[in-house]
Design a protein around this ligand. Sequence first.
Ligand code: TRP
Length: 371
Amino acid sequence: MEQKTQEEDQIVTPWEVAAEKGGKIDYDKLIDKFGCQRLDQSLIDRVARLTGRPPHVFLRRGVFFAHRDFSDVLDAYERGEKFYLYTGRGPSSEALHLGHLVPFMFTKYLQDAFKVPLVIQLTDDEKCMWKNLTVEESQRLARENAKDIIACGFDVSRTFIFSDFDYVGGSFYKNMVRIAKCVTYNKAAPSFPSSFPHLFSGKDSLRCLIPCAIDQDPYFRMTRDVAPRLGYHKPALIESSFFPALQGETGKMSASDPNSAIYVTDSAKDIKNKVNRYAFSGGQDSIENHRKYGANLEVDIPVKYLGFFLDDDAELEHIRTEYGAGRMLTGEVKKRLIEVLTELVERHRRARAAVTDESYACMMGSRHAPL
Ligand code: TRP
């Protein structure tokens, strides 16, 4: 979609994420370039007010930082109109890493807070074609990934998960063809309620909100362009920054390097080892210098990761202050991170093991109850 030119300092597309010369992604520039809006404090306060619960840690800490028309969705919600959530995953690997969990954890919060229906697309067809997997292997990965997604705790009575291979046909396929006459890709159809007649029959004006990482923005910009031509609301978006690799914040994590990420299948020992060995530290090279200058929190991965997963604002602030002033050492911060991540992964593993055939069948494909 976009060519890298000499002036182009960073690239963010659904296919490629590259920061300027190994530096950091400049998210302010991205908002300007994409033309989306910043998710400001007043909007976050409004979410808290409308839902009657404190804003999710990913809102408080600016992980989800941009949006398109989210305020319109809230206006409509305030008038008593519900909306539905749509998100998805391309099942290219068997195990998910923490970065993959971020949009699903956030979507689970949105579903609980607003009590709205949710559709989750697994683009197994796309991965089959582009990753050179067999049809059977892509479907197997979709089923395995679905269990990890269900383990995030979605409301069984309000969630529909589908794989493209299983579900595409009927009304969904008709919408795909209508869309394909305007643009060519298959992730747009779930943005329109008529793709799911068994869920949303007679609700063609239902709005759709898509939580995703900001690299998906170009796709949904196209979807938003075609929406009025097909007589639908433009889907709204709520967009996150990227979860950084253990080695440092230069883009998304690389699926090809298992040591760049913590996976939900990692053991407590793996987590400890990966954090201690690979998590990029902003601490100084000697204890004397560290005590003198303090840690550089801007580049420190343990602090970044705690920003995602340590819910306690006061504790996080304490760590930032003490570590930044050199009174706390990298080892202590890493120790706390290891505890937090081990607990998260353990909890996920228990939840995944507890996914029953019944809840799986209910959310995946075979359900027909309206949402
Ligand atoms: N294309 C995405 C991926 O490869 C998966 C996806 C499908 C998605 N529909 C979506 C992601 C909607 C976010 C929102 O990972």
